[in-house]
Design a protein around this ligand. Structure first.
Ligand code: NAD
Length: 418
């Protein structure tokens, strides 16, 4: 992998910038730019054909100064220790920026889940847990689903963990099915959290959200819920453009988000939606003069090549990494208000934390309670970042890093590690 594309090098560079601005001392920097612990292991799995296949698994516990490590498990052919390290670092900053008492971790298996039968997936899930179980637990490290891992996989892992420790332990893992201790409100938590931050940004920027136009790149879990919840939470707004991997569509009059979601789920793509005024490309969607843009698909879509053409007032990054570092600077100079990914999409981990809490005391909250607590967390996180952005005159992403890194550094200092 080329050095500049190594995600862990990118994560370290982002940390370095915030650390420099915060004036952190050298030992603190050295501690926080590396994971505290990492595990690389092999998982032998009996395949359906009777032969054993050996998979490579990972768990990185980046920093637990603020609380037990927390982070998903990805099953992906391109998974390496460096992708897991980077994601574990980002989880540390994400948990910190929303001020939940957790550290950051991440796990993975290098595999292609599309080539695995259900039985093979179950044996891989249980095998992963058997190797790493002794390092996990709600007071140590609590995994969750991520790319290609599902509530069913979390259920198998929890079951294996409970068999190993010999007692009920629902809080060892989150993202479980509701029947096994999942939390109400997890499904739309990422988008809902993002919309709460948009609501706060609109107040500051004096945008009337009920009259605001918005566009969404990517129409999967995050994008579809953003489409409907924008109207529901903000009391209106006009959805003028959406896209998926096949392309985008535009309507000056605005789409009915529920009707569009129904079409996408039934037909597979938004591009065939008959009520569209015209088709547009994914690139054109990003450059529309809307009030709020929701990049909700891929990384690196706003770059130094197109940043000067972006005309939204607010960019709420539900996707991870949609804006490159060069583009951030251009957007900041143009006065575009970016709600950075690890703040904008932190609603998911926040509700995962609520699930961990509910599982720990084996009492489950009602949906309105989950949503109210999520609102409080996201609202205060947004304002902490906004205040830092104003006080330090730095762009919102750097401000978010500064808030998050400072909190972890404070915890490290109080523990006497540095
Ligand atoms: P998803 O797989 O459900 O949806 C992704 C969508 O993006 C699909 O509609 C797909 O068609 C579209 N897409 C793919 N390639 C595209 C392209 N080239 N141009 C435009 N659209 C394209 O994924 P998701 O769960 O909605 O996640 C989307 C983003 O949000 C990711 O970056 C993910 O890391 C981030 N995120 C999601 C969550 C969550 O809880 N779902 C939490 C945190 C971050």
């Amino acid at each position: 992998m080329a050095e500049e594309l190594n995600p862990f090098k990118i994560a370290q560079a982002q940390f370095d910038e915030a650390a420099k601005k915060l004036g952190l001392e050298a030992p603190m920097c050295e501690l926080l730019r590396w994971p505290r612990r990492e595990y690389k292991f092999t998982i032998p799995v009996k395949m359906d054909n009777g032969k054993t296949k050996v998979f490579h698994g990972y768990r990185v516990q980046y920093n637990d100064a603020r609380g037990p490590n927390k982070g998903g498990i990805r099953w992906h052919p391109d998974e390496t220790i460096d992708t897991v390290r980077a994601l574990a670092a980002w989880m540390t900053w994400k948990c910190s920026v929303v001020d939940i008492p957790l550290g950051g971790g991440k796990g993975g298996v290098t595999c292609n889940p599309k080539e695995l039968s259900e039985g093979e997936k179950e044996r891989l899930a249980r095998g992963w847990m058997r190797v790493i179980a002794r390092e996990l637990g709600e007071h140590r490290d609590c995994p969750a689903p991520d790319v290609y891992t599902t509530p069913q996989i979390m259920a198998w892992m929890m079951d294996e963990y409970e068999a190993i420790v010999g007692r009920s332990h629902p809080a060892v893992i989150t993202g479980k099915p509701l029947e096994l201790g999942g939390s109400q409100g997890r499904g739309d938590a990422t988008a809902r959290g993002g919309i709460f931050t948009v609501r706060e940004a609109c107040k500051i920027l004096k945008i009337d959200p009920a009259k605001a136009t918005y566009a969404i790149q990517g129409f999967g879990n995050a994008g579809q819920f953003a489409a409907t919840l924008h109207k529901e939470i903000l009391g209106g707004g006009k959805l003028v453009a959406v896209s998926d991997s096949s392309g985008g569509i535009y309507s000056a009059a605005g789409f009915d988000p529920h009707d569009l979601v129904k079409w996408k789920l039934e037909k597979g793509s938004v591009t065939t939606y008959p009520k569209a005024e015209k088709k547009i490309s994914n690139e054109e969607l990003l450059e529309l003069p809307v009030d709020v843009l929701y990049p909700s698909a891929l990384e690196n879509v706003i770059t130094k090549e197109n940043a000067a053409k972006i005309k939204c007032k607010v960019s709420c990054e539900l996707a991870n990494g949609p804006t490159t570092p060069d583009a951030d600077v251009i957007l900041h100079k143009a006065g575009i208000h970016v709600i950075p990914d690890f703040l904008a999409n932190a609603g998911g981990v926040t509700v995962s934390y609520f699930e961990q809490v509910q599982g720990t005391y084996n009492y489950y909250w009602k949906l309105p309670d989950v949503q109210k607590q999520l609102d409080e967390k996201m609202t205060s996180a947004y304002h902490a970042v906004y205040d830092m952005h104003k006080k330090q005159n730095v762009h919102m992403r750097l401000a978010a890093y500064m808030v998050a890194v400072k909190r972890v550094a404070d915890a490290v200092r109080l523990r006497g590690w540095v």
